[in-house]
Design a protein around this ligand. Sequence first.
Ligand SMILES: NC(=O)c1ccc[n+]([C@@H]2O[C@H](COP(=O)([O-])OP(=O)(O)OC[C@H]3O[C@@H](n4cnc5c(N)ncnc54)[C@H](O)[C@@H]3O)[C@@H](O)[C@H]2O)c1
Ligand SMILES: [Zn+2]
Length: 356
Amino acid sequence: MRHLCDVAPEGALPYPVFSGSDATGALLSLWRRDWRQAVVIGDETTATLRGEALGAALQARGCEVLTLRFPAGERHKTRATKERLEDAMHAARIERGACVVAVGGGVVLDLAGFVAATYHRGIAHVNVATTLLAQIDAAIGGKTGVDTPHGKNLVGAFHQPRAVLLDHDALATLPEDERRNGLAEAVKHATLSDAGLFATLEAWDGHGALPSEDVIARCVAIKAEIVGKDARDRGVRNTLNFGHTVAHALEAASGHVLAHGRAVAIGLVVESRVAAALGGFPPADVERIAALLARLGLPTRPALPFSEALPYFASDKKGSGSAIRCALPSRLGEVHPVDGSYTRSVTLEALEAAWC
Ligand SMILES: NC(=O)c1ccc[n+]([C@@H]2O[C@H](COP(=O)([O-])OP(=O)(O)OC[C@H]3O[C@@H](n4cnc5c(N)ncnc54)[C@H](O)[C@@H]3O)[C@@H](O)[C@H]2O)c1
Ligand SMILES: [Zn+2]
């Protein structure tokens, strides 16, 4: 694997991001001698696809390995699954010096990272990202957590991994729909920080591999830089929520059936339309974002009326004049704070007007 960059979050150890083939070799070379126990956590797909081989390699090195799995899908990113994993770890006498190896997409990394954050008040973990979405977003930055019936990611912790491995070989088995979900976050990163990357995505001719290793590396660099400036989501990291206020409401309203990437694609269009209506963001760029997402095979319109998503927006009141906060770009490739904040107040009326 190739060393892409180091992430240096405030208040945590800096950690490397590796990318390419041979995740097993990379894991063995970064493994610390004092991690005598490994807890490999995957979903039912990723545990078989990668987790077992990683566990076997660690075991051959003399490490005690416990492999745990849970059913795939956002519906299982819950406190109940977390409890089941933790109980299995206690039953196997996993100690404070163990390291969790999270193997999978964003669901696995968020959940296994949260297990690592709270088990014995926090143990080490390494992320092995097997979906495109996880490689360009979820694996980096230390946001861990689970969903609740009240909404997405409502219980969680900041807990940075010790290393991140972006497993390119795994992408060969990734279903097409899942690849597209990852591209939604690439469009987000490009819209926020890199107009050149946006143009690269637009220039894709529909054939050949997308994203290229270069596109993945550019997305990782954007995320790593933002996390390095604001690990705790108090400032510039808020910008990464662009599209997500709407996306999280759509996901919750669908009972977590709508995939995160697809919800983000719709959220990017609705929220960029809000940014244009508030002034500053060029309406022509809203059209560029919608056209790019459509060409990448992603949805661009909410499939349900605003009234059905409304209960899932985190607003104090739902009546006229109430507002929520959205992270909005200033123009393609740029976000600037407004009155010192990277989020802006958006009335529910303005959001409804952009809902088409
Ligand atoms: N923590 C963060 O900063 C952050 C950022 C973005 C998204 N997220 C979270 O990530 C989640 C979405 O992640 P996701 O899109 O990766 O979904 P996911 O983890 O559910 O993976 C999607 C599907 O692909 C399967 N899969 C994974 N790797 C595979 C492979 N190599 N080959 C074949 N199948 C494979 C999984 O089993 C699953 O069925 C959401 O919960 C979202 O909130 C977190
Ligand atoms: Zn996201």
